[in-house]
Design a protein. Structure first.
Length: 283
């Protein structure tokens, strides 16, 4: 009985495999299920022997009615073969911002050596390029060695944190008490200009067109005073020295000019006072 039961089951399985399967599509049409055989891929396992294995994939066949109902956009999406071109960024040249202090004081010589400049040494523009230790040594030398009683520090933009750290650290290395060192902080803003250079010039062969834009940057000014503070201490005679005396040649020339001028004046005065009368004959 067991042998006959197994035979009947195997016959039923074989009969089921021969029956074609039907698949229902989204449109409602019923179609037979087909199998497609993919190309064989070599199996490189083993010693130089290749075995070809066939991959069986099942793909439902789409009926013509369902194919006509589906739009083309869902089957084949539109792809633009041209690459997206991004606009080039314009070239920008940052111009120098206005200085809070003049480079050379009005009373100093522009062509003279830097060591001869005494006025305006206490005006310092703080930048990120110079280290904090260099600024501390410079400020301490101005207050202790040169005798200044006031320092004017200025910074702009990203150098403001550097300036605040300098203003906090400087009073701790000075030989005065903390009460004598006074710090005043002023904040503001300044307009800076940028030059925008275009890549192409005009048709006449001229250079690229230039455009300008304006930006606003924050600024900070700090004044450090010792005691009451003397704004004119940097211009005093003790710092700059006495006024230069005229040389001997210049003094001699001046004396000669004074003498000549005095003689002319005396002659003119005598000519006006003295009167000359003609001689009279007496009988």
């Amino acid at each position: 009985m067991s042998s006959t039961g197994t035979k009947r089951k195997s016959d039923a399985v074989a009969a089921d495999t021969n029956i074609p399967k039907k698949v229902k599509t989204s449109s409602g049409a019923v179609k037979p299920h087909t199998q497609s055989i993919a190309p064989a891929e070599p199996n490189r396992r083993g010693n130089g022997k290749e075995k070809h294995l066939a991959q069986v994939t099942s793909a439902p066949r789409i009926s013509p009615a369902a194919d006509a109902s589906t739009p083309e956009s869902s089957i084949m999406p539109h792809v633009d073969a041209r690459p997206a071109t991004q606009p080039r960024r314009p070239r920008i040249r940052k111009l120098a911002p206005p200085r809070p202090f003049p480079t050379v004081a009005p009373a100093s010589s522009v062509t003279g050596p830097r060591s001869a400049h005494h006025e305006g040494k206490n005006n310092i523009c703080v930048t990120r390029k110079t280290k904090l230790a260099a600024y501390l040594r410079r400020c301490r030398a101005l207050l202790v060695d040169d005798g200044f009683k006031e320092l004017r520090l200025s910074a702009m933009g990203a150098a403001i944190p550097h300036l605040t750290l300098l203003a906090v650290s400087l009073p701790q290395i000075l030989p005065w008490a903390q009460d004598e060192v006074k710090v005043k902080v002023f904040t503001g803003s300044v307009e800076v200009h940028d030059e925008i250079l275009s890549e192409s010039g005009s048709d006449e062969g001229e250079g690229p067109e230039e455009e300008f834009r304006t930006r606003v940057k924050s600024t900070m000014n700090i004044i450090i005073r010792i005691g009451e503070g003397e704004p004119d201490v940097a211009v005093s005679n003790s710092d700059q020295g006495q006024a230069p005396r005229p040389t001997k040649k210049k003094s001699k020339r001046k004396e000669n000019r004074v003498k000549e001028g005095g003689g002319q004046r005396e002659g003119a005065a005598l000519g006006q006072i003295v009167l000359r009368e003609p001689d009279q004959d007496h009988p």
